[in-house]
Design a protein around this ligand. Structure first.
Ligand SMILES: [Zn+2]
Length: 420
């Protein structure tokens, strides 16, 4: 059984130990030590990293009652003495997030009688899931309460008690057990199960006069070390709420990131921070107005273009074959729609743009096979495709073939009209 040095002293970052066994974990070498300051992943808190002799410690996992230090680098032999060094920044980060979580969870019980059913401490996000939906107001109240406790620098103590003592201390609404290895445990079973797993001795973490929890994690000496607790988001989740938050150093990083984004937006909108929402709303409104106006102008232009093309047409019913440069297919469709609505006509339109686009249409009651016309024209532009009824469209990768495609289709229409 490995002696867990971090339990008595979460600030201990260097230690000497003896290798008692060599193991493998998922095809990577691992060692078991007689004592360790490395925290093994548990209760929502990730493992520590660092070095063991000349090797890097990449994961620390508890498996079958053993603490496996998964390493990359020279593997020390059984019985060998090794010097361990825990990554202090990562440890401090985990202590800030994890203890901040205890306090925030407690404040949410106080403010909203919302219980935490799971905790996840990721590389980026820290979340807790609550058994009920909380409002923005409740969340802000809990955030204020949490930070007050942080700033009061309340002593945090760790003690081991018997199961019976733990049950009476944490029973009812007082405490939530937080030592179990599975972050997704259901709330109802959590206390009982964590107590079962904890065995006869249960580790209790107390933020003086505020929060009491059974927990195997690493915690600071006082609440002040959490620094600040910042709720950065919340959403509905499994009938309750999922809360995203950051503590301590992560709060500073999150603040810097937001500041950078807001500065960029402020520069883009030439606006101060407080005027940004209004500036963005105005800009969106102007954009919508411009789009509406653009659409009106486009329709007016298409109406004029359609009338001009029909006036130039000599066939009856009119056969309009025309190519444009750089038009998107959507504009060809609008023009074709105007043409076939204004007079009985066959519209054969094309565009030489990044690709070749063809849109063929005919007025209701005219006899041509529009999809067939398109199918025959498409090889000229190196495309394939088809359509249905009185409208067909397609494209190809040879814009230089658009004129020939339209000419061939116009010939086919006129030949059919002459033969009819
Ligand atoms: Zn905990």
């Amino acid at each position: 059984m490995t002696e867990r040095l971090y339990r008595d002293d979460p600030y201990l970052l260097e230690f000497d130990a003896t290798v008692v066994a060599r193991r493998r974990h998922q095809d990577r070498p691992a060692v078991v030590l007689d004592r360790t300051a490395f925290y093994a992943e548990s209760g929502g808190q990730p493992w520590d990293t660092g070095t063991l002799g000349g090797a890097g410690v990449v994961a620390v996992i508890e498996e079958d009652g053993e603490i496996l230090h998964v390493i990359d680098g020279p593997i020390p032999g059984e019985g060998e003495r090794v010097h361990g060094r825990v990554d202090g920044e990562r440890r401090r980060d985990h202590m800030q997030q994890h203890h901040g979580q205890h306090l925030l969870s407690r404040a949410l019980v106080e403010v909203a009688t919302a219980r935490t059913v799971s905790f996840h401490l990721g590389a980026e996000a820290v979340t807790i899931d609550l058994d009920r939906l909380v409002t923005e107001e409740q969340l802000r109240a809990a955030e204020v309460r949490t930070n007050e406790i942080v700033w009061q620098a309340r002593p945090v103590s760790v003690r081991e008690v018997t199961r019976a003592e733990a049950e009476s201390l944490l029973g009812g609404a007082i405490g939530r057990l937080h030592g179990g290895p599975a972050p997704d445990d259901r709330a109802q079973n959590r206390s009982a199960r964590a107590l079962d797993e904890a065995g006869e001795r249960v580790r209790i973490i107390e933020a003086q006069g505020f929060d009491l929890q059974a927990c195997s994690g690493t915690h600071p000496r006082t609440t002040a070390e959490v620094g600040v607790v910042l709720v950065v988001g919340h959403e509905r989740y499994k009938g309750g709420s999922r809360i995203r938050f950051v503590c301590g150093h992560r709060a500073l990083v999150a603040m810097h990131e937001r500041q950078r984004v807001l500065d960029a937006l402020g520069a883009a909108f030439s606006s101060s921070l407080s005027d940004l929402p209004e500036a963005a709303r105005r800009a969106l409104e102007q954009l919508r107005d411009s789009e509406r106006r653009g659409q009106e102008l486009l329709e007016r232009a298409m109406e004029g273009e359609a009338r001009r093309l029909l006036a130039e047409a000599r066939d009856v019913p009119a056969v309009v074959a025309h190519a444009y440069d750089g038009w998107p297919a959507a504009d060809l469709r609008i023009l074709a729609g105007r043409l076939v609505a204004l007079a009985p006509c066959v519209a054969l339109l094309g565009s030489r743009a990044d690709k070749a686009y063809l849109v063929f249409a005919q007025s209701e009651g005219l006899p041509h096979d529009v999809p067939g016309l398109l199918r025959e024209a498409l090889p000229h532009v190196g495309g394939r495709g088809g359509g249905r009824g009185n409208l067909a469209q397609g494209g190809g990768d040879r814009p230089e073939g658009v004129d020939e495609a339209l000419a061939a289709a116009a010939r086919a229409v006129r030949a059919r009209a002459a033969g009819a």
